[in-house]
Design a protein around this ligand. Structure first.
Ligand code: NAD
Ligand code: TYD
Length: 335
């Protein structure tokens, strides 16, 4: 199978590129290398003859055509602006990549005769749920500029199925964690701050609930949807491990040998969704199931960040410091 994967230098994208190569696919990775795109994430596949990198923007039709080259069997779109807090600080890039970019990619894929298109989306398009779990037929009610942009991308992708009969599948994954996640998201931010003995900024009361999934389980879910998903269908991909942010924080402090004195309750995120929870039975019916136990995957993740300061210390400088100052009102906690 020849795959065009976008956003392959990011957190989930790089894990998905590795999975696709391991499963025998030929991979072209189209990535703009934004602040979140890191070629080091794919250092070990660079010499692989089945792997090709194209530096470019999914919103640029010429770049997409260059990446498609003489064809592909499927596109898996993981390229996105992906962080809620940045979408609140500086929203403009979000619809540009997540809606317009997705639209350009769909159009170029169809023009090139590529039938299959997997749009990698998020549970955040459903908004917040007090009890029970979201199913794929629930209405879209995104709360943040990020999730509203992702919802726009989902709707474009589904319209390509409805209007043109393209074999589109949309996946909606839950909060994902593991190695190589940019240290702006909860788990890698708190792990790296804690390793450095710096405060961990908990928004509001910290009782918000997220449904956590390991990056490897998220990727096998996307793979299952790619191979076996019904055209036009949406598939939730939830890990099923629900915990409050304070629970996660305490586990991280414990695993890094720190105590709760590092917890700093800071102003809540505007429009903060209280709880996410996914019902993934539709994907499970295709034979997928998450395999990682949350506690084991968190231990492995903390171990990775402990061993790989060479990966995250250079990130926590430059642009990151400016972001941290704007978001948290003080200098970067590390390096
Ligand atoms: P990430 O921010 O780590 O990586 C995004 C990648 O996309 C980077 O390599 C970046 O350079 C690239 N990119 C951004 N804009 C681009 C553009 N215009 N053209 C080409 N490349 C571009 O993101 P992630 O956490 O790996 O998320 C990947 C996908 O999964 C996103 O679509 C995101 O919405 C979705 N998702 C993420 C999570 C999560 O918890 N991280 C959960 C559910 C769904
Ligand atoms: P995040 O990792 O940004 O993912 P999402 O917003 O997509 O769920 O945040 C996960 C949860 O952690 C969310 O409820 C917000 C909270 N959070 C904090 O309390 N402090 C922080 O510094 C960050 C980044 C997140």
């Amino acid at each position: 199978m020849r795959l065009l994967i976008t956003g392959g230098c990011g957190f989930i994208g790089s894990a998905f590129v590795r999975l696709a190569l391991a499963r025998g696919a030929e991979v072209t990775n189209l990535d703009k290398l934004t602040y979140a795109g890191n070629p080091k994430n794919l250092a070990e596949v660079e010499g692989d003859p089945a792997y090709r990198f194209v530096h470019g923007d999914i919103a640029d039709a010429d770049a997409v055509r260059a990446a498609i080259g003489d064809g592909a069997d499927a596109v898996v779109n993981l390229a996105a602006e992906s962080h809620v807090d940045r979408s609140i600080l500086a929203p403009a890039e979000f619809p540009r990549t997540d809606v317009v970019g997705t639209t350009v990619l769909l159009h170029e894929a169809r023009t090139a005769g590529i039938e299959r298109f997997v749009q990698v989306s998020t549970d955040e398009v459903y908004g917040s749920i007090e009890s029970g779990s979201f199913t794929e037929t629930d209405r879209l009610a995104p709360s943040s500029p990020y999730s509203a942009s992702k919802a726009g991308g989902d709707l474009q992708a589904l319209a390509w199925h409805h209007t043109f009969g393209m074999s589109v599948v949309v996946t909606r994954g839950s909060n994902t964690f593991g190695p190589r996640q940019y240290p702006e998201k909860l788990i890698p931010l708190f792990v790296t701050n804690a390793l450095d003995g710096q405060p961990v900024p908990v928004y509001g009361d910290g009782m918000q609930v997220r449904d956590w999934i390991s990056v490897d389980d998220h990727c096998t879910g996307i793979w299952t949807a790619l191979e076996r998903g019904e055209p036009g269908a949406i598939y939730n991909i939830g890990g099923g491990y629900e915990a409050t942010n304070l629970d996660i924080t305490r586990r991280i402090l414990d695993l890094t040998g720190r105590d709760e004195s590092l917890i700093e309750h800071v102003a809540d995120r505007p429009g903060h969704d209280r709880r996410y929870s996914l019902d993934s039975s539709r994907l499970r019916a295709l034979g997928w199931a998450p395999t990682a136990a949350f506690a084991d995957a968190l231990v492995a993740t903390v171990g990775w960040y402990r061993d790989r300061r060479d990966w995250w210390e250079p990130i926590k400088s430059g642009e990151y410091r400016r972001y941290y100052e704007a978001q948290y009102g003080r200098g970067s906690a590390s390096s």
